[in-house]
Write a protein that binds this ligand. Structure first.
Ligand SMILES: [Zn+2]
Length: 104
C-alpha cells in the first residue's frame, strides 16, 4: 500500500516539476524579447496563480487533463484541444520522480 501512495505522490510531484520548468522557461522567453510582455501574459505563467495550459495552444487544461501520466496516455500524447503532440518528456519525468520516491 505504501508503494502505491509513493507512486501517486511521485507522479504528482513530477507533474508539478514539469509545470514549473515550463513556466520558468516561458517567463524567460517572454522577458528576453525586445518588446515587453503584457502583465496578463506573465500572470498566466505565474507559479502561484496561473492555471495549467497546453504548451502549444495555451488552452487552459481541465482537471481531467491534469491527471499525471494517465491523461497523457488516454490522449495518446496529444493535446485535447489543438491535437498537437505533447512531449514524451512529461510522462518520463513523472515516472522517474515516482521511481525515485519508491526507491528512496
Ligand atoms: Zn493544445
Amino acid at each position: 500500500m505504501i508503494v502505491v501512495v509513493l507512486v501517486v505522490l511521485g507522479l504528482c510531484l513530477g507533474s508539478f516539476v514539469n509545470a514549473l520548468v515550463w513556466r520558468i522557461h516561458e517567463q524567460d522567453r517572454l522577458t528576453g524579447k525586445k518588446k515587453k510582455p503584457h502583465k496578463k501574459q506573465l500572470d498566466r505563467l505565474s507559479i502561484l496563480h496561473g492555471r495549467s495550459m497546453c504548451p502549444d495552444c495555451h488552452h487552459e487544461l481541465k482537471p481531467k487533463d491534469l491527471v499525471p501520466l494517465f491523461s497523457w496516455l488516454s490522449l495518446h500524447g496529444k493535446c485535447r484541444y489543438c491535437h498537437k503532440p505533447i512531449s514524451w518528456q512529461y510522462p518520463v519525468v513523472e515516472l522517474l520522480t515516482a521511481g525515485l520516491f519508491v526507491f528512496s
